[in-house]
Write a protein that binds this ligand. Structure first.
Ligand SMILES: C[S@@+](CC[C@H](N)C(=O)[O-])C[C@H]1O[C@@H](n2cnc3c(N)ncnc32)[C@H](O)[C@@H]1O
Length: 384
């Protein structure tokens, strides 16, 4: 388990240590005389507060989690790109055999955590087919490039009408390239199906929707995902969350991001109290470590299930602003919750971490604002 102990000592400490490195001698545990060769020994010698030193490994871990958030080619409602740093950080402090993600959606979480082994599952068959097609090279960056150039030109020539041709074709043939096209040109990047299972999101009108720069961006996302999947043992499965949880083993880590109750109703993506209870019962009975994403509260409401169903677990919260979704409510700022069945912590923001030189296992943290002055609220390790 990672220890996060922040240093609150100034540069003069650092210089002092550097100047005296291996010069001061002290008595070791075995009563032998030894030279001071670590910051910890030095701070102890100067009677400073050792608990404020950060181990370099920990700093690196935090920074690793904050860098390089990869956005996958498919977007979906409730995409957790803004929570990647937090989830990745929590997962980096747990040892596990296999990552199990029963509600993969865009896959942004697992693809950023990048475990060696994983099961990615979802009830939406087109998401699963899309990633399976990348895994089996049925879709490659080059194929996507040519496809988007061709269909993008037709879209431009028909003043957007071609979107509906593709939508109709997708609803008959269910081709992954058409799915990508619709997802990247539909209104708000939504994935929504009517009661017959037909994709029914309208076109997001924009002149030259598939401009060269946009195509390049998507093609790069495809290349990245191909690279991520290539060397890993990943399985993509279209199945219910019940089945996926049954396939998890004791040493795995399950990350669950179910639809939020009362927010989406869709052919492949609906959610009710009964399912929330079933998910809770299966997760808690399994004894397997899990992280659950849910909503905590917004301006109008509080998630009552946190106090009932999910009580007696650990809850961390973080503010998040939703951009996807047509309704006013979906665009409001929302406090997100991460529920775990083990004690977990959120990382500090990178802007607040100032590394003092590269020679020592030490950072200064005198600029860290107090929790109440950040936008991010923490209820670190609070068992509810
Ligand atoms: C909130 S989204 C997941 C978003 C994802 N974490 C991301 O960041 O992109 C919920 C996903 O659960 C899937 N889903 C809904 N009901 C399901 C069920 N009963 N079993 C498995 N997946 C389900 C939906 O298709 C949707 O992709």
């Amino acid at each position: 388990m990672l220890e996060r102990r922040w240093a609150n000592v100034g540069e003069e400490w650092f210089d002092d240590y550097w100047i005296n490195y291996k010069r001061i001698t002290v008595k070791g545990k075995d009563e032998n005389i030894k030279k001071i060769s670590s910051l910890e020994e030095f701070v102890k010698y100067r009677k400073g507060d050792v608990s404020k030193i950060v181990k370099r490994k920990s700093v690196k871990k935090i920074e690793d989690c904050m860098n390089n958030v990869f956005i996958p080619p498919i977007k979906c409602q409730g995409i957790k790109s803004k929570l990647i740093t937090d989830i990745k950080f929590i997962a980096s402090n747990v040892s596990y055999e296999k990552w199990v993600e029963p509600f993969m959606g865009s896959g942004v979480v697992g693809f950023n955590v990048r475990p060696d082994k994983a099961i990615f599952a979802d009830s939406n068959p087109y998401l699963i087919q899309f990633y399976t097609d990348i895994q089996t090279n049925k879709i490659t960056p080059n194929i996507v490039l040519n496809y988007l150039k061709e269909e993008g030109t037709k879209l431009l020539k028909t003043d957007g009408e071609h979107y509906y041709v593709i939508r109709e074709r997708f609803n008959k043939e269910h081709n992954s390239l058409d799915f990508l096209f619709l997802n990247r040109s539909c209104f708000n990047g939504m994935i929504r199906f009517n009661s017959k299972g037909d994709f029914n999101v309208p076109f997001c009108r924009k002149p030259n929707r598939f401009a060269q720069a946009y195509i390049t961006k998507i093609v790069n996302q495809i290349s990245n995902i191909q690279e991520i999947i290539r060397f890993k043992k990943y399985t993509f499965k279209c199945q219910s969350f019940e089945q996926t949880i049954k396939e998890a083993n004791k040493d795995d880590l399950i990350y669950c991001d179910p639809p939020y109750i009362g927010r989406h109703v869709d052919y492949f993506d609906s959610w009710n109290e009964e399912q929330e209870i079933l998910l809770h019962n299966m997760l808690t009975a399994s004894g397997i470590k899990f992280i659950l994403s849910t909503w905590h509260s917004n301006k109008y409401r509080y998630n009552k299930y946190l106090d009932t169903l999910w009580n007696n677990l650990y809850v961390l919260t973080k503010e998040h602003f939703y951009h996807i979704g047509g309704s006013e409510e979906n665009r409001n700022s929302m406090l997100e919750a991460l529920v775990t069945n083990f004690p977990a912590q959120l990382p500090e923001k990178k802007s607040n971490i100032i590394r003092q030189g590269s020679l020592f296992d030490f950072i200064e943290n005198s600029h860290l604002p107090s929790v109440s002055s950040t936008k991010e609220k923490r209820i670190t390790g609070v068992k509810r």
